[in-house]
Design a protein around this ligand. Structure first.
Ligand SMILES: *Cc1c(COP(=O)(O)O)cnc(C)c1O
Length: 398
């Protein structure tokens, strides 16, 4: 059994704060400052350029990839870490289009996170005319998977409502129609059990600063099914993915038959140090136990809010098994209400037009946090504190 009181003690959460935003930016692992200082003093300062070999920096893209892979059901050597999620989505979709040259449709949905759609728009500007990016309602994705589709690109868990796609069913139908699938795991990795290999997915990508707690701007990761990697032609053909980077060959040759070809350029090794500390917190965490705990806490939260906070309506499915690990409520005055909550040290976030979003992260939240947050929310609604002038102005990041 995973001991969630132990994992909670691994994170630095300011005194008196209830942090319901681990779905946007995970809290700092207490071991991270020592780890980064150790990297500074005992790796960079001492080893300098040799560190690429002596401290294993060169292959941290892969060693960290395997640690993430263990949480998302990936085979060994099928994930590399680096760059941003936006870039990894671009790489994955570009690879799909190259593998299906006779097909011109990319199927996504209108609940997807905008950057995923923007990256495809940008990619299509580089391709010949005739491509079509389709964004139906999430519920209509299944019926739109046809023989025309080159690539189904979806975010498994909706960043606003928490609704979860049925990964296996979508992959099975896509494969039956000869299409490839790209999954964005931004709200899945570290949030719910994922079985990339068991579901037979083709590509996936995710970020490490949300549920994985890797720190602001922590690197992304990409998964390519081992059965495909030899045929994947990297569209972003950087030297770090070359077959022999230190040959300084003038022509690009991808690393043969290995996930390394999805690497692009020199990664941020200082960020990797923090991510290592964050991944230590996952050692011994059973994802099924995490899921059970997440459902318990989400059920408690929804029940308490619905009983004590009139005016708020649950967004997304009521069935907790059909959700990721965040809960959102629609409220006309969601923005000022969230600011009033934050002023009382209950941290969630707001997504336009009316979504108040709360990450339910068992690694560092328990029943007392959930009840405490709802106590404060119900007070704010009862006293209409959200009407105060100071809660009305919008910041750049909501
Ligand atoms: C958070 C998020 C992103 C962010 O992409 P970055 O390149 O890391 O800024 C992309 N897609 C989804 C679904 C997200 O939730």
């Amino acid at each position: 059994m995973t001991d969630f009181t132990k994992t909670k003690a691994l994170f630095q959460i300011p005194e008196g704060m209830i942090y319901l935003n681990g779905n946007s930016l995970g809290p700092m692992p207490k071991s991270a400052p020592d780890r980064i200082l150790d990297f500074m003093h005992n790796e960079w300062a001492t080893d300098l350029i040799k560190g690429w070999n002596t401290k294993g920096w060169f292959m941290q893209t892969n060693t960290l990839g395997d640690r993430i892979g263990a949480l998302v059901g990936a085979e060994e050597d099928s994930i590399v870490v680096g760059d941003t999620l936006s870039i990894k989505i671009f790489q994955a979709v570009a690879a799909c289009l190259a593998l299906r040259p006779d097909r011109k449709v990319i199927l996504s949905d209108n609940g997807n996170f905008p950057t995923d759609l923007y990256m495809v728009e940008g990619l299509l500007k580089l391709k010949e005319a005739g491509y079509d990016l389709r964004t139906p309602n999430p519920d209509d994705v299944m019926e739109q998977i046809t023989d025309e589709v080159a690539c189904v690109m979806l975010t498994e868990v909706d960043y606003r409502t928490g609704r979860k796609h049925d990964m296996k069913a979508i992959i099975d139908k896509a494969h039956a129609h000869g299409a490839l699938v790209v999954w964005d795991l931004a709200h899945s990795a570290g949030a719910i059990p994922v079985d990339l290999s068991g579901c037979d997915t083709d590509f996936a990508a995710g970020c490490t600063y949300k549920f994985l707690n890797g720190g602001p701007g922590a690197p992304a990761f990409i998964y390519v099914a081992p059965r495909l990697i030899a045929d994947v032609e990297p569209a972003l053909s950087g030297w770090y993915g070359h077959a022999a980077p230190f040959d300084f060959d003038l022509n690009y040759r991808p690393m043969p038959n290995k996930i390394d070809r999805m690497r692009i350029g020199t990664p941020s090794i200082a960020s990797f140090a923090i991510l290592e500390a964050a991944m230590d917190a996952w050692d011994g965490v059973d994802m099924q136990a995490l899921r059970a705990r997440s459902i318990e806490l989400m059920t408690l939260f929804v029940g308490e809010v619905e009983a004590r906070c009139p005016g708020l309506t649950l967004a997304g499915p009521r069935d907790m098994n059909a959700r990721g690990s965040h809960v959102s409520f629609r409220f006309e005055h969601g923005y000022p209400c969230m600011q009033a909550l934050i002023a009382k040290k209950v941290i969630g976030d707001f997504r336009a037009p009316d979504i108040m979003r709360f990450g339910i992260t068992p690694l560092f939240l328990d029943e007392d946090d959930i009840r405490g947050a709802v106590d404060i929310l119900s007070d704010i609604l009862k006293n209409e504190t959200w009407k105060e002038e100071r809660f009305q102005t919008r910041s750049a990041v909501t």
